[in-house]
Design a protein. Structure first.
Lengths: 230, 198, 87
């Protein structure tokens, strides 16, 4: 571990220094394996948050009854070692040379692989239209909030919805994603966009089904379900 | 091997006469599943025993008329967690098999969702197995196998088939869902019979 | 805890499959032997919280792949998959 950065009270980004790291494509993940002194091992998958030409970083959310995430978020420090396998993934990936407009739909920590895509687009100077619809519980829980604000512009837009609690004066969405919200935010089907949906299984399935009801071809939609265990 | 400083995991050690080799103690009750949770309505639920002189079957209401036992048992999952002193209420498999004339030596438990597991008859008789429908004083939840699951606590918990719907009596043993894909045909945690060849 | 959220998809076993088969498989179309549906591995239902890995068809729930790992061996059943496309 080369460094760490707090994103929210529950979420931390870990920068990893992996010898001979071959680089990655936005959307990929790594498998991380921890070994305790007595040989006990636990393994989890984490999406890569960094853009392909940035130092490798993963963003981890501390899950309440988690076994690995509390360690990575609260305990791990610079110099600690883990085994990393990857990069992994050939389906849930995006490259800036794809001309189709992009719709990213994130539920909570599902934003991590999508952030890699947004960062990649920015670093490559791409003008491909990209819109992120980001569902979080409260404003405090919005991962990468400041950076997303800074990235907005040049064809990149962020639409937030806060489902549990909104700050005074909040003018954004304040409910779970439904067909009406999707209709407001999604690119028209005629644009034949590429879609990436990531979050819990129920979030992802609901989002994908909603887009299909709007007339999207299921083949445009790529999904990644995140586990509830950590 | 690369050790991760300070990583311990969630486990605890326990008294060696209660915790089989290679197991760790847990306080919670992890949910393991190989498929979607079935939701058979009780009006449609039956438990049957096939392969004996005549097939025998109970509806839920008939099943709930049978005498039950409340037992406190330690349970051991092949994924290495063990939980001590779990309390169950169920109908003893002995009670169910008493209704059937047979000379079988093996059974195959079958379940909603298609799961199966095989056992020698002597591992489900003599007060060693139940069809359990109450856990910790509450009706067994669907995620833990409700309305009823097989309970065979002296073997690894994959043998305690969730959503059980019956037993098929057989003359010969034959592997069930996990036993046909690497898991040990019998699964005694004290002999650490996890996989083929153990 | 919602049972539905425990079901993942083929992305979650991408690393395992690469280790076992030596190639990236999450984008590989697979054909279900039960109903004939053809979906990328990443779009299959994956159950990891079990004594082994179980991969099921999203349409008919047929078991397409089972994987069990011991410290020394791995058992893979592909019997519920009637085809896999690479490249």
């Amino acid at each position: 571990m080369a460094g760490g950065k707090w994103e929210t009270p529950r979420v931390r980004t870990l920068e990893l220094d992996v010898p001979d790291w071959p680089g990655h494509v936005a959307g990929q993940h790594v498998d991380v394996r921890l070994t305790a002194e007595d040989g006990y091992q636990a393994e989890r998958s984490y999406s890569i948050a960094s853009a392909p030409d940035e130092p490798l970083a993963v963003t981890v959310e501390r899950l309440e009854d988690g076994e690995v995430s509390p360690y990575l978020v609260d305990e791990a420090r610079e110099g600690d070692a883990f085994e990393v396998r990857g990069p992994i993934g050939g389906y849930f990936v995006w490259e800036p040379d794809d001309p189709a407009p992009v719709l990213l739909i994130a539920g909570g920590s599902g934003v991590v692989p999508l952030m890699s895509m947004a960062r990649d687009r920015a670093r490559e100077g791409s003008s491909t239209p990209m819109r992120l619809l980001f569902s979080s519980r409260t404003l405090e829980d919005v991962i990468y909030r400041q950076e997303l604000e800074a990235l907005a512009g040049n064809g990149f837009e962020v639409v937030h919805t806060l489902t549990r609690e909104q700050p005074p004066g909040w003018s954004g969405y304040s409910r779970r994603i439904d067909d009406d919200l999707l209709r407001d935010v999604a690119w028209p089907a005629e644009d034949e966009p590429k879609v990436f949906v990531c979050g819990s299984t129920r979030f992802v399935d609901a989002g994908a089904d909603g887009l299909v009801r709007l007339g999207y071809d299921p083949r445009w939609i790529r999904t990644e379900r995140f586990g509830a265990t950590g | 091997m690369i050790f991760s400083r300070g990583f311990k995991g969630r486990r605890q050690d326990g008294p060696p006469d209660r915790v089989p080799p290679g197991q760790y103690l847990t306080d919670d009750f992890p949910v393991l599943s190989a498929g979607p949770t079935p939701h058979t309505p009780l009006e449609e639920w039956t438990f049957s025993i096939e392969g004996g002189a005549e097939p025998v079957s109970w509806t839920w209401d008939e099943f709930r008329q049978l005498p039950t036992e409340t037992v406190t048992k330690d349970i051991h999952c092949v994924t290495k967690w063990s939980k001590l002193d779990t309390v169950w209420e169920g109908v003893s498999v002995d009670t169910l098999l008493d209704q059937v004339e047979h000379d079988a030596e093996y059974v195959l438990a079958f379940c909603d969702g298609g799961y199966t597991t095989n056992l020698p008859l002597e591992d489900v008789t003599g007060g060693k197995a139940w069809v359990a429908f109450v856990y910790g004083g509450e009706p067994l939840e669907p995620e833990h196998g409700g309305p009823a699951r097989l309970l065979v606590p002296h073997l690894y918990f994959w043998k305690s088939a969730k959503w059980v719907r019956g037993l098929t009596l057989r003359d010969e043993d034959g592997p069930g869902f996990w036993e046909s894909n690497g898991y040990h045909i019998r699964g005694d945690p004290w002999l650490e019979q996890r996989y083929w060849g153990d | 805890m919602e049972m539905r959220d425990l079901v993942l998809d083929g992305n979650a076993i991408g690393g395992l499959l690469n280790e076992l088969f030596g190639t990236e498989l999450t984008a590989a179309p697979c054909v279900c032997a039960g109903c004939g549906a053809r979906e990328e591995m990443a779009r299959l239902d994956v159950y990891l919280h079990a004594p082994g890995v179980v991969v099921r068809c999203r349409h008919c729930e047929n078991v397409m792949i089972r994987i069990v790992r011991s410290p020394t061996r791995t058992w893979i059943d592909l019997g519920g998959t009637s085809g896999l496309e690479l490249g």
